[in-house]
Design a protein around this ligand. Structure first.
Ligand SMILES: [Fe+2]
Length: 393
């Protein structure tokens, strides 16, 4: 079996790697960057920092990236990049900034709208280069050939994939995550752990993606609690944990970019669309129940997840490994203060009324087809109900 492995052309990893941004820009033959970021990065002073590093290059700034970006939000950035003939994009931020930059590069270079590029279509042609600088340890978007953009007209979360969406370079500097609020750190880290687990159990898993997924689980699981604390409480152990989770998140991104995600992500996106739950948080809400349901699809792999996550020894029997894994995921949610759907503000009547639509959207995304235990419309509907009951009885 031959697998096509997609990776960014250059990855700088480590504390302080952001200082090498200008060299990275030159190394890919560019000199007129445009920063794509959001208002938070601007107010935190991070935009000023990287602008100073890029001196004396002429730098344009688009700081209006929206959370869970829609296609309409990209238009002003496309205009700015075209008007100033920028030759590369510096994506600074979490998944929303990096996903936006990928989409902006695509539309600047090839025109059309994001609807023209959604799966099953593949984006294989190159666009102007994106240099991804994640400021959260989570989405792995810096190492994936994927972007998710919402349609402003229909509300659909459009999944776009293909080697043309892979960032040309990535700078993975954990020091940029030190000022993340605990909630954002937790949501993004759980997203990364979900990527590692889903890539490992995916029907598209392969020997290459397995190595990245295993390394990601080993780095993230034992460090996730220590990595998610408020900035004012950070000590040396927390900082070390953040460095490990940051690397784990990038490796998990490489893993799922080459093996796909599965049912948790398939069911998570509709929760984001309808209730505006942050992506990592909706994954967290689903993860224990969907893992429990999926165990029988590949019992061996799930037992191995528990071993790689440091929850049981390799001599442990499968039943114990499974029980421990699901209990760990439930415990992780409560220790990281993941709210229930109700606590987040979701009304049961609205949720129930949307179950059929959400199940359709989940299946249409294609991700559930990678799940070790397969599902149909009726099964996904019953799982949405089960998730509610698991949280609220
Ligand atoms: Fe994700």
């Amino acid at each position: 079996m031959v697998h096509s492995i997609r990776l960014p052309g250059l990855v700088k990893i480590g504390g302080g790697s952001i200082q090498q941004l200008k060299e990275v820009i030159f190394s890919i033959g560019c000199q007129k960057p445009c920063i794509i970021t959001d208002k938070t990065m601007f107010s935190l002073g991070l935009v000023d920092t990287i602008e100073a590093i890029m001196q004396p290059l002429p730098v344009q700034i688009f700081a209006d990236v929206m959370a869970e970006p829609d296609d309409k939000s990209l238009f002003p950035a496309i205009e700015l990049v075209k008007q100033h003939q920028c030759d590369c994009l510096i994506a600074l931020g979490g998944g929303s900034a990096i996903d936006s930059a990928k989409a902006i590069a695509l539309l600047v270079s090839h025109g059309g709208t994001m609807t023209d590029y959604k799966v099953p279509k593949l984006v294989e042609t190159e666009s102007i280069p994106v240099i991804a600088i994640p400021t959260t340890a989570g989405t792995g978007s810096e190492a994936t050939a994927v972007t998710v953009i919402t349609s402003a007209t229909s509300g659909e979360k459009m999944l776009c994939m293909g080697s043309g969406l892979m960032p040309k370079a990535a700078i993975v500097d954990y020091q940029l995550t030190l000022s993340l609020p605990k909630r954002v750190a937790a949501d993004t880290a759980i997203d990364a752990l979900t990527h590692g687990i889903e890539a490992f159990v995916s029907r598209k898993a392969n020997l290459f993606s397995d190595q990245q997924a295993i390394a990601a689980m080993k780095l993230i699981a034992p460090n996730i609690l220590d990595a998610c604390v408020e900035t004012e409480h950070l000590n040396a152990r927390n900082i070390e944990a953040k460095e490990k989770v940051m690397l784990g998140a990038t490796l998990a991104g490489i893993a799922f970019s080459n093996a796909s995600v599965a049912l948790v992500h398939g069911m998570s996106r509709p929760l984001g669309v309808h209730f505006h739950i942050p992506h990592g948080m909706s994954n967290a809400m689903l993860l224990p129940t969907i893992t429990d349901f999926s165990l029988s699809g590949h019992p061996q792999r799930y037992a191995e997840c528990a071993v790689y996550m440091g929850l049981v020894s390799s001599t442990s029997d499968q039943k114990t490994a499974h029980k421990t894994l699901v209990a760990y995921l439930q415990g992780m949610n409560s220790r990281l203060d993941v709210p229930t759907l109700k606590e987040f503000g979701v009304k049961k009547e609205t949720y129930d009324a949307l179950i059929s639509t959400m199940a359709k959207q989940a299946i249409a995304s294609g991700s559930p087809a990678n799940n070790p235990r397969l599902v149909d419309q009726q099964k996904v509907e019953s799982l949405y109900k089960k998730v509610w009951h698991a949280m609220h009885g």
